[in-house]
Design a binder for this molecule. Structure first.
Ligand SMILES: *Cc1c(COP(=O)(O)O)cnc(C)c1O
Length: 428
């Protein structure tokens, strides 16, 4: 397959947009080459500017769980747009989507809508700090909570050292309030809490990690976090921007029957428009302005087009209860097929998957945290990525990303993908 026009368009983009992209993950930095420019998408397929059709396993990094250009979402947006695109005043639509979300997700009374997952996580942490009157937070290495300052922190040298910023522009003052822990390591978390007694406002976690490949929590990990939080007056924040309305109707809280104090949403909840949200029980949410002292706002928050898209998406997921089962079966089928061909071709690999999330790691050891995810062989991944691109299959251009299975994918698409992986992995 040729990607000539995409390369030309990228060269033009680079002149006026830093790195040619509006979000760094879209660039092909980790794999080499130049990004594909999309013209349109429908169902399971992307159509690029060179006229290629690609089977899409990124799906806008998660939102398009029912496939691209899902008709009820498209119709809802078109109809709303005719009535005006933004008012900065309340609409009934906001109450409708809020009520539906509250009915689908366990243990939340109120929800506030924002414009991105980043905003949701940033606001959730501010709310937790205001509510507990404490400053510090614990996050896990390899978990992504958007690009706000508090979250761009990497490991210090020891388990109890303060985090150091991993982006210029994040101040040392901000970094010192973010403590870094190891995913799936409860003892590490307990040690951090002990060393910072009565100073920690919140633990924020991807309850199923998806930003270092897909890493499900070990048995007891989330239960342990819940207990540590309860025992120490710490709020547990589930960042379900990726997993919310994806792994179950009610997200990971429902899937594993564990209660978080604040839950963050993004991606699926917006049906492909820019939406984030955070939610909690009433006592916590009432701390937000205008009821309470914690300030949080947004000119375009609750935007009618975004809310129309989100509502149509949530209604679809609420109505067809078999969706999550279907997604899980497709993912398991794909995982089994990939496992078979990679083994037959003597490739060293590990597959992680849960629900509609799956990732292939080119390392034999179990992938349970950031360190083990980083051990994967990136040279093999590059060959894998570019090989699949030649076969018309689009996975994320980084070994640290999860693939998303959509309801639009057919078993023929999955078989085609497995055959392509067989072919490509023979060249490793
Ligand atoms: C994508 C993501 C975010 C950030 O959401 P944006 O809409 O890109 O700002 C936050 N947390 C998790 C777990 C994510 O996957």
């Amino acid at each position: 397959m040729l990607y000539k026009r995409s390369s030309q368009l990228f060269a033009e983009a680079e002149k006026v947009i830093p790195g040619g992209v509006n979000s760094p993950v879209r660039a092909f930095k980790a794999v080499g080459g130049t990004p594909i420019f999309v013209k349109s998408a429908k169902g399971a397929y992307l159509y690029d500017e060179d006229g290629n059709r690609l089977i899409d396993y990124i799906n806008s990094w998660g939102p398009m769980i029912l496939g691209h250009a899902y008709e009820p979402v498209v119709q809802a947006v078109i109809e709303k747009a005719k009535l005006g695109t933004s008012f900065g005043m309340p609409t009934e639509l906001e109450t409708q989507i809020a009520a539906l979300a509250v009915s689908m997700v366990p243990n939340i009374d109120k929800i506030r809508f924002v414009n991105s997952g980043t905003e949701a996580c940033m606001s959730a942490v501010r709310l937790a700090r205001g509510f507990t009157k404490r400053d510090k937070i614990i996050k896990f290495a390899g978990c992504y909570h958007g690009h706000s300052d508090s979250f761009l922190i990497q490991a210090g040298s020891g388990a109890i050292t303060f985090g150091s910023p991993n982006s210029p522009g994040v101040t040392a003052g901000t970094a010192k309030d973010t403590l870094l822990a190891k995913y799936n390591d409860l003892e590490n978390v307990a040690t951090l809490i002990e060393a910072n007694k009565n100073e920690i406002a919140a633990i924020i976690v991807e309850p199923v990690a998806g930003n270092m490949g897909c890493i499900p929590p070990n048995k007891g990990f989330l239960e342990g976090l819940r207990q540590l939080c309860t025992d120490n007056g710490i709020l547990l924040i589930f960042d379900e921007v990726m997993t919310g309305f994806r792994l179950a109707r009610g997200g990971v809280q429902e899937l594993f029957n564990i209660t978080a104090d604040i839950v963050c949403f993004g991606k699926v909840i917006g049906g492909g428009l820019p939406v984030g949200a955070f939610a909690a029980r009433e006592e916590i949410m009432n701390y937000l302005a205008p009821l309470g002292p914690v300030y949080q706002a947004g000119t375009l928050s609750g935007n009618p087009l975004a809310m129309a898209a989100g509502l149509a998406m949530l209604q679809a997921l609420d109505t067809d209860r078999a969706i999550f089962q279907r997604l899980e079966e497709k993912t398991a089928y794909l995982a089994a097929g990939i496992d078979k061909v990679l083994k037959a071709n003597n490739v060293t690999f590990t597959i992680n998957s849960i629900g509609s999330m799956i990732s292939v790691h080119f390392d034999a050891a179990p992938v349970v945290d950031f360190q083990t995810a980083a051990n994967g062989d990136n040279e093999t991944f590059k060959k894998f990525f570019h090989g699949l691109l030649q076969e018309g299959i689009y996975i994320a251009p980084s070994a640290y990303e999860t693939w998303f299975i959509t309801d639009a994918l057919t078993y023929e698409d999955l078989d085609f993908t497995i055959r392509a992986i067989d072919k490509v992995s023979k060249t490793f």
